[in-house]
Design a protein around this ligand. Structure first.
Ligand code: GLC
Length: 756
């Protein structure tokens, strides 16, 4: 696959501001142990204390804290890290207190939610996942790290790698979708992008895989709700992206708000010590989520904050975010013997090691260069990078009669919908570090194409101000502007309807009980359809939506998610055919909310086959398959699949080949997907599991043979005890353009030790 991005790659891949060779673990350990030996118990506990800054908040304010105490603790060396402080001037000011006024001058970590960009925003992570392009995703995180590090930040609370099958949950926008294999590849790409190959370089930052674990399986899709899943799901669906991030060298892990099978993740020894630190040998540190240590009281798991401090520290939660549990209560718990000093020493060594790796002891102000900050924020090369990412993230869901691409200048185009003129929503809900109104709107993006474009809002999307903290007012009922929109539609050749969700209708704390178009948008769509059926529906949303009417009536549907700063330019390039859409859905789009949670990798059940009586696994009022399946995405060209071959080349190695041809008239990129099914095993396995994919470019008339190799890594699964196993027997294989469409084959593997 050609990478159109040589210029930018040049900037990011070569220019790492490294001052010295990364130290070996032994040298680091000596430094860490030397420093630890000088520290008092209070200073050690101080390193385990993460305070929120004095401006932005990303969670409910705690009872036990205030600015005066924070400043006092900074001067005492009782703070290990700060969050929500950014900008070289602000960071320097706080770092100077820690470095110059505290006894040992240990520098602080400065963490921030750089989820998909700092100032220049790339598409929301769920959109990026739809690109299936790991190079582009890595580049996107590289851009984010370059800007964030230029603004004083040395730690990001990303990537969020929670698998979820439930679009009601607002945070699906933040993750990699429903599949653990794709999620694991994305986790690894993001960690590479943020951390680079030298954490001591001034343009790399420590990453944080979150939320450990199971957060995306919140019951009823309600944020922060109970998670009750079996260990087969935990090991085979939830954990693989975290394991991938750890294998990639992620330096921190954030635990999660939820209880998992009765135990709050923050207090869960099984997760944080048995699996993460012991089985996976993770040597970074674990940070709690905002207030999650204290929330163990509310869960009914801790008596009070002192008890919560002991439970969390003993369970392996190394740093306490904004609960004041450690800084106010952990010393007493050590003194009373509830927490062994070895627990404290282990946590503090983990934290100090990351600070040494970042080079903060060599130069605590290496991230505080105002000249770099001025030069790099919103840099033109970043704009190009996120525009490329945005182009690749869009998914063409439907294109009946090839209504798309639009022809430049020869069509009268009506653009209808408030989101077409919205320079905020495309930034998504995690834009806390960027600036409002910095997204290119679709109207702006379409201007250069010379088509005769007219615009009508049709209706407001929301009825009041929307912010990061408040619930978006969506009780919109005003249809007074429908008439003007319908009039425009009637006079136009084609209508581009831009509908979906406001940027703050998905994200943390934004669960919905409905998956339709909010407000009066559906009515607007149907009213316009009455006047002109040539509609291109451009969706801007942070989660899968259930749009059966649109899927049935509207000829062309382009899923554009919330595409970040360069949204309008990228969408216009796809609408007018300058870029051939190549995205594939990372989450199933349901027919109705009643199907949710829904995913392609479901189990067969004992009654999967349709009967003429009711006793089989279906609904009486809906099909069980999704409206648009995982892996679905069309192109302006047509890819044909042929010549599938499946060959056992060794006892547990299978070579699979398929020919893909571009039968259309334009070049395009295809994502060929490989799915397997372990037909009979000691635990039931899903009817399909993604175990490989390739994204590649084909010119018109060009064919390519794609080769996949399946090894034990792909053929095996985890049993209920977390043991990975490959079992003999028959496997089915499907290779194709989505989880619902492809060529099928099968193979059989013998017991371990058998020859092929
Ligand atoms: C939030 C989120 C977490 C974020 C943290 C700091 O509540 O759950 O993902 O990193 O607090 O902002």
């Amino acid at each position: 696959m050609t990478n159109k991005f040589t210029g930018v790659l040049l900037v990011f891949s070569i220019v790492t501001f490294s001052c010295s060779q990364p130290e070996t673990i032994d040298e680091l350990d000596v430094k860490v142990n030397d420093l630890l030996a000088q520290m008092t118990l209070e200073e050690k506990i101080g390193q385990m204390n993460l305070y929120n800054g004095f401006w932005d908040i990303t969670g409910p304010a705690p009872q036990e804290g205030d600015a005066a105490k924070k400043y006092a603790d900074l001067e005492q060396g009782y703070v290990g890290a700060m969050l929500n402080i950014h900008g070289t001037e602000n960071v320097r000011k706080i770092q100077e207190i820690a470095v110059n006024q505290s006894r040992l001058g240990i520098p602080l970590l400065f963490g921030y939610d750089i989820i998909h960009g700092y100032k220049t925003l790339s598409p929301i992570p769920l959109a990026e996942a739809a690109s299936w392009d790991m190079e582009a995703i890595e580049m996107s995180s590289r851009v984010a790290a370059t800007e964030a590090s230029a603004a004083g930040i040395n730690w990001t609370f990303a990537p969020m790698v929670d698998i979820s099958r439930d679009a009601r949950w607002g945070r699906v926008m933040e993750g990699g979708g429903e599949d653990p294999y794709l999620g694991a590849k994305i986790a690894s790409a993001r960690v590479r992008g943020f951390q680079g190959d030298d954490l001591s370089a001034a343009n790399t930052i420590a990453a944080c895989a979150k939320h450990f674990a199971g957060y995306g399986f919140a019951e009823a899709g309600r944020d922060y709700n109970t998670v009750d899943i079996g260990t087969i799901t935990l090991y085979n669906e939830v954990l693989p992206p975290f394991r991938s991030a750890v294998n990639q060298g992620v330096r921190t892990i954030m635990n999660s708000f939820n209880i998992l099978n009765g135990i709050p993740a923050t207090g869960d020894t099984f997760l944080q010590r048995d699996i993460l630190k012991d089985k996976w040998s993770f040597n970074g540190f674990v940070v709690s989520d905002w207030g999650s240590t204290g929330e163990m009281i509310t869960h009914g798991y801790a008596r009070d904050l002192a008890h919560a401090a002991a439970l969390a520290a003993n369970a392996g939660s190394d740093m306490d975010m904004e609960s004041y549990a450690y800084v106010n209560h952990l010393k007493a718990q050590v003194d009373s013997g509830m927490v062994d000093i070895a627990v404290i020493d282990d946590a503090v060594k983990r934290i100090l090691r990351v600070k040494f790796e970042l080079g903060l002891f060599d130069d605590p102000f290496r991230y505080c260069d105002p000249e770099r900050e001025k030069e790099l924020l919103y840099h033109e090369e970043h704009q190009q990078a996120v525009r490329d990412m945005a182009r690749k993230s869009m998914v063409l869901l439907k294109n009946e009669g090839n209504l798309l691409p639009l022809s430049r200048g020869r069509q009268k185009v009506a653009v209808i919908g408030a989101l077409a003129d919205d320079n905020n929503s495309p930034l998504g809900s995690w834009r806390i570090s960027s600036d409002d109104s910095t997204a290119v709107t679709l109207l702006e993006g379409m201007e250069p194409y010379g088509a005769e474009i007219t615009y009508a809002k049709g209706a407001d999307l929301i009825t009041g101000p929307a912010t990061f903290l408040n619930n978006v007012p969506i009780n919109q009922t005003d249809k007074s502007e429908f008439r003007q929109a319908v009039r425009l539609a009637r006079r136009s050749d084609v209508v581009v309807m831009v509908l979906g969700e406001h940027g703050f209708q998905s994200g943390e704390g934004r669960s919905r009980t409905r998956l339709d178009l909010p407000g009066v948008q559906q009515e607007l769509l149907e009213a316009v359809f009455e006047a002109n059926q040539n509609i291109v529906l451009v969706l801007m949303n942070g989660r899968p939506l259930a749009l059966p009417w649109a899927a049935e009536h509207v000829p062309a549907i382009l899923e554009t998610w919330h595409l970040g700063t360069q949204s309008g330019h990228a969408i216009a390039q796809v609408l007018f055919g300058e870029y051939n859409p190549s995205g594939k859905l990372p989450m199933s789009f349901p027919r109705s909310i009643g199907q949710v949670p829904i995913s392609y990798n479901r189990y067969n059940t004992g009654r999967p086959d349709a009967l003429d009586i009711v006793f089989w696994s279906t609904y009486t009022d809906e099909a069980i398959d999704p409206l648009f399946p995982f892996g679905h995405g069309l192109s302006y060209t047509n890819f044909e699949y042929s010549n599938l071959s499946v060959q056992l080349v060794d006892k547990h190695r299978v070579e699979i080949k398929v020919t893909v041809s571009n039968e259309g008239r334009v070049a395009g990129e295809e994502v060929t997907q490989l799915y397997i099914r372990d037909v009979v095993a000691s635990v039931a396995r899903p009817i399909k599991e993604l175990k490989g994919f390739r994204k590649f470019h084909l010119e018109p008339g060009q064919s390519e043979t794609i080769v996949f190799t399946l090894t034990e890594n792909e053929l095996g699964f985890f049993d209920a005890k977390g043991n990975f196993k490959v079992e003999p027997g028959k496997f089915q294989v499907m290779v194709g353009t989505s989880s619902a469409e492809g060529l099928s084959g099968e193979f059989t593997i013998g017991p371990v030790g058998d020859q092929p």
